[in-house]
Design a protein around this ligand. Structure first.
Ligand SMILES: Cc1cc2nc3c(=O)[nH]c(=O)nc-3n(C[C@H](O)[C@H](O)[C@H](O)COP(=O)(O)OP(=O)(O)OC[C@H]3O[C@@H](n4cnc5c(N)ncnc54)[C@H](O)[C@@H]3O)c2cc1C
Length: 474
């Protein structure tokens, strides 16, 4: 006999498990099915493990660099086996907790692979090998995205690895070629460089993190050079061969082909939606050219009772975007008023970190605003000095007419945490004056946000404005 449920949720990542919890809270009978572990790519192979390893390598690196602040331990050794074991234990704990949260909100969870057989039925191939049929009123598909590669560089988990394998290496490689200078490649490349790996980044375009504004990327590029990372821009990984125990990568550059020797090649050229093999074409779910499920503002697909969320429906591929979409889908199914979709902030966990929310200056101008920009350097912050993290700044973009903050961001230490206040400011539409007049605790990096607003207003306290930095309004 088929299992009957109100809502079938396929995929237990940050989109699917949050949708399951919310739908349960809204009184729906929920069945959450994932073929792998709860938490999805983010918890098991992405956000959390990568940030754990970035932090571990960061501790080791900082201790090496802290001599002038009085820390002089000659060893600075990191036991990588212990680091990986700690990371796995922490992730395992979170996976269990998600199961508890889903169950605690009256959701059922099964491990298995789902294929849709009609708009109201699906087959679940269980991990045990047997199958279950399920009948549902609504479905939420949250199957995420998967790594892609380039011709000649098929990920084999041995020589050519993806982010999942890179976050589980038993020992750091002596030399690593990172193909793709985007977010994931640089986050992983940076922590390996801090562990002593010789890292070479091969990037096709003329800049690292090509989609991010150049001034925000500059401190990251500078620090990569300090870490000894070789960056090859406007270059293309062409082929690779095994040379004894090592690998030789041929890179096409404007100066001709170059050969780089390494032990592993990390592919980080992008990801694609995981929409194949689910039976979506058969039941009439519309996909775009890249394979994303096409959805409306309520996350509803072209089939009236089937929703899709997260990486599967398009960029940005971010966990918090997936979670918000999961909440919207659950609310829509339950007939509840929908929360605002909101601005999607982003953070890059390079060294230093970068974060942003809202419009960039260019985007604001393109949208018809006359803007004013304020920038406050970390070098003028007492806290940044005290924690020896002075490379970075806060930047605010505001509407010249109303002083409403349209976008804001940071490059520098803790940029990923600092963006929280800016998210609230941009989403509720506060003004430069409102942030500037808010008392921020001292000494903290949060003060840089208020000071950047003061710069935009033309009267910062801890910085003298030279003519070229003066704001465009009085
Ligand atoms: C290395 C790395 C670092 C990242 N760091 C960050 C970060 O710092 N911050 C951030 O916001 N984002 C980060 N991301 C992106 C983030 O992981 C994704 O945006 C997020 O996981 C998407 O969530 P999702 O719920 O859409 O899908 P996923 O998390 O991909 O989950 C999809 C789930 O669906 C399951 N599934 C697939 N097909 C089926 C099927 N047929 N039947 C049953 N189950 C199925 C899969 O097993 C998987 O568990 C990172 C990604 C990577 C790879």
């Amino acid at each position: 006999m088929a299992i009957k449920t109100d809502v079938l949720i396929v995929g237990g990542g940050p989109g699917g498990y949050v949708a399951a919890i919310k739908a349960g809270q809204l009184g729906k009978k929920v069945l959450l099915v994932d073929r792998d572990k709860l938490g999805g790519e983010c918890l098991n192979y992405g956000c959390i493990p990568s940030k754990a390893l970035i932090a571990a390598a960061g501790h080791a690196h900082k201790s090496k660099k802290a001599k002038e602040a009085g820390f002089d331990d000659p060893k600075h050794q990191l036991d990588w086996t212990k680091v990986i074991a700690w990371k796995d234990q922490m992730v395992g704990g979170f996976v269990k907790n998600i199961g508890v949260l889903v169950k605690g909100n009256k959701g059922e969870h099964l491990q298995g692979s789902v294929v849709f057989t009609s708009a109201n039925t699906a087959t679940i191939k269980l991990a045990s090998g047997s199958s279950e049929e399920v009948e549902f009123r609504h479905a939420i598909i949250a199957t995420g995205s998967e790594i892609v590669s380039i011709p000649g560089f098929t990920i084999n988990g041995a020589e050519i690895i993806g982010s999942k394998e890179a976050l589980d290496l038993k020992t750091p490689p002596e030399a690593l070629v990172v193909v793709g200078g985007g977010v994931i490649g640089l986050e992983i490349g940076t922590f390996f460089a801090k562990l002593g790996t010789k890292v070479t980044v091969v990037e096709f375009t003329d800049s690292l993190l090509p989609v991010i504004e150049k001034d925000l990327v500059a401190p990251v590029t500078r620090n990569l050079a300090k870490l000894g990372v070789s960056v090859m821009l406007q270059s293309k990984a062409k082929s690779w061969t095994k040379k004894g125990k090592r690998l030789e990568v041929v890179v096409e550059t404007s100066e001709g082909d170059k050969k780089i020797h390494c032990d592993k090649i990390l592919m980080s050229v992008g990801r694609a939606p995981r929409s194949k093999g689910l039976g979506l074409e058969k039941i009439g779910v519309e996909l775009d050219k890249r394979g994303h499920v096409v959805v409306d503002t309520e996350m509803l697909s072209s089939v009236g009772n089937i929703y899709a969320i997260g990486d599967l429906v398009g960029q940005p591929y971010l966990a918090h975007k997936a979670s918000r979409e999961g909440i919207l889908a659950a609310q829509s199914i339950a007939g509840e008023p929908l929360e605002a979709r909101g601005q999607v902030p982003w953070a890059v966990f390079t060294d230093p970190e970068i974060s942003w929310v809202g419009m960039t200056d260019g985007e604001a101008k393109a949208a018809g605003f006359t803007t004013v920009v304020g920038k406050f350097p970390f070098a003028a912050s007492g806290r940044a000095m005290a924690v020896r993290e002075t490379d970075g700044f806060c930047k605010v973009v505001a509407d010249k007419a109303t002083h409403r903050i349209l976008g804001a961001g940071f490059v520098g230490a803790n940029a990923s945490d600092l963006i929280g206040e800016a998210c609230l400011a941009v989403s509720v539409g506060v003004t430069l004056e409102q942030v500037a007049q808010t008392i921020h605790p001292h000494p903290t990096l949060t003060e840089t946000f208020a000071e950047a607003c003061e710069v935009a207003l033309g009267h910062p306290v801890h910085m003298l404005l030279v003519k070229r930095e003066a704001p465009v309004f009085s």
